[in-house]
Design a protein around this ligand. Structure first.
Ligand SMILES: [Zn+2]
Length: 102
């Protein structure tokens, strides 16, 4: 289990932040954000609400927690391994007709 990378935060990671960009030649850049490799749910929300700039390819967006080196592009989020596992377990439980919360 991974914890949020925001300094001082001890909550469980809710998502993995990725730096996303599309180059002029159409090449896609997508890489886990090394400046904030994990983020919890409340810091993700804060990060998006406080983001300044335009989310577009080659754009510049300033975030409170992610992309601390100011790379071009913008932040997107993907599920953590734990989230994926939980989702898969719930799906399997549903397939078997079980209550996914039980
Ligand atoms: Zn956090």
């Amino acid at each position: 289990m991974s914890n949020c990378s925001v300094p001082g935060c001890t909550r469980e990671a809710y998502a993995i932040p990725y730096l996303f960009d599309i180059y002029e030649d159409g090449g896609i850049f997508l890489q886990q954000d090394k400046t904030c490799p994990f983020i919890c749910q409340s810091h993700l929300a804060e990060n998006e609400i406080a983001a300044e700039g335009i989310r577009k390819p080659r754009g510049v967006v300033k975030y409170p927690y992610t992309n601390k080196k100011g790379a071009r592009g913008f932040t997107v989020y993907g599920p953590t391994a734990e989230q994926e596992q939980r989702r898969q377990d719930a799906r399997e439980a549903l397939d078997k007709g079980e209550d996914p919360n039980g």
